[in-house]
Design a protein around this ligand. Structure first.
Ligand SMILES: *[C@@H]1O[C@H](CO)[C@@H](O)[C@H](O)[C@H]1NC(C)=O
Length: 118
């Protein structure tokens, strides 16, 4: 029967789609400062995206949830991730002049939430 074939194809399609969704869910990526990046370059990239990137860099100002640890590397990571999450759907890579890398683990800690946009 033609209906049975269509139902089987539909079932197969649903299985494929659910597998795809699952593997995407397992590959959740955040963008943070690269361990190899110098402070000078991190600073440069961070200033650039905080000034022109259309992201909220107030989260790591004194007294805000992402201020601590008060390191350039941590603040740059927060900024890089915000920028990456916002623009990755347009194909923007996590790179920032080779000062950033993607990680699979959520860098959020305490009350500091590193955004993740599916
Ligand atoms: C990119 O990195 C190079 C060194 O690797 C540096 O000379 C240059 O100023 C950086 N450009 C920007 C826009 O940060």
């Amino acid at each position: 029967m033609r209906t049975h074939i269509l139902l089987r194809m539909l079932a197969a399609l649903l299985i494929v789609l659910s597998i795809t969704t699952e593997s995407n869910a397992q590959r959740r990526e955040w963008c943070i400062a690269s361990p190899g990046a110098t402070d000078a370059l991190l600073q440069e990239s961070m200033e650039l995206i905080c000034t022109f990137g259309g992201i909220d860099c107030s989260m790591f100002e004194p007294g805000r949830p992402c201020y601590l640890p008060n390191t350039l590397r941590h603040h740059a990571s927060y900024a890089f991730n915000s920028f990456y999450q916002k623009y990755k759907k347009h194909g923007t890579p996590c790179n920032f002049n080779n000062t950033a890398i993607t990680v699979l683990g959520d860098p959020s800690h305490d009350s500091c939430q590193f955004e993740y946009i599916p």
